[in-house]
Design a protein around this ligand. Sequence first.
Ligand SMILES: *Cc1c(COP(=O)(O)O)cnc(C)c1O
Length: 436
Amino acid sequence: MSPTAPGPRSRAEWRTAARVLVGGVDSPVRSFRGVGGTPVFFAGGRGAYLVDVDGRPYLDLVSSWGANLLGNAPPSVVSAVRQSASRGLTFGAPSPLEHELAERIRRAAPELERLRFVSSGTEAVMSAVRVARGFTGRDKVVKFEGGYHGHSDGLLARAGSGVATHSLPDSAGVPSSIVKETLVARYNDVEGLSELFERQGGSIAAVVVEPVAGNMGVVSPLEGFLPAVSAVAHRHGSLVIADEVITGFRLRRGTVHGALGLSADLVTLGKVVGGGMPVGVYGGRRKVMEMVAPMGPVYQAGTLSGHPVAMAAGAAMLDRLTPSVYRRLESTGAALEEELLGLAEEAHVHRFRIQRMGSMLGLFFTPGPVVDYPTALATDRTRYARFFHAALDRGVYLPPSALETTFVSAAMRPADLARARGAFRAGFARAGRGRG
Ligand SMILES: *Cc1c(COP(=O)(O)O)cnc(C)c1O
């Protein structure tokens, strides 16, 4: 069985890329290491579809890892980018576009009383952690196992097993002296977090949490978990950082942590708010944010921060995010969930479940439930890889990794899902081969 995707031109591009780019890609999640094979190279995209360099269309269920909420190349965003670019790419000085996007964000998420633009989610969380340390005068940070907060040194830690331990770095090149300032707790485990704070609360600057975990598939907070996170942290004088780089403006217009009971001091955004351009945001209570230079002693800067073209793209994106967009995202997400569950059933693939929050779907080849990182790791990656390749061959682009979120966009229509039915059916047929 020789796969039909990637096509001949993708294969040629891959060979060239691999000779000059390390691993042929600029971000490891784009490589096909998790599913086998070599990546498809894309030439463009429009609406719900990506088109590869061989001219083949794919239903896009990666949505640039969540950034493309409106699908590919939404006309109003593209036109804002064109107009802004024609006026100058970067000034290295303030432009009104920065506060225009900031005001749009704050109108939807008033808890960002003051904010700062950076160029990635990584930078946003890294900076928020620095602010929390500056504000509290403490060094340690708590994260949850399976949570991804960008690739800054201290946050590339996961911990082995146990409720919370001094963690091992997930990456070579990260000094253990830095990772020892990161404490790792288990998602949805209030008791473990409380014990951790009982022992070390006095030295913890902040706890950073994805209100809905989106980097180990999709894992929703259990009832009471998020309120307990902020209660425990605040009781010990620590700050709470809500990492909404995925969830912000995807699950609703604004942030979701408040609605889920998490009281945050700092919030990070990225992905959607850049409208497809590189943007990250950190912000929060005015008193906390005024720690940042030039107002305060916490230094953070960026040559291309608040980039005019990116700001224009973000503003055009937010202007499109009406209630009807979120209704469509919800109904498309629900339709895809129903469709996939039905096809899995039909193919007698029983060890399969979907955990969905709106337009975010976690596809797990495990009976679950998935509530934390260890249960997420129970997913059968071999089965996912088979499912992935069968669907890819028939024009559906899923995340090339079993533990990533599948994202639907507002550009998708029921007809697009119907057209993908054969691909999903083939996916389950291949995934179901072999053991029960
Ligand atoms: C993607 C992501 C980041 C990192 O953002 P980049 O723009 O890739 O640096 C941080 N936090 C969360 C929750 C993310 O999903």
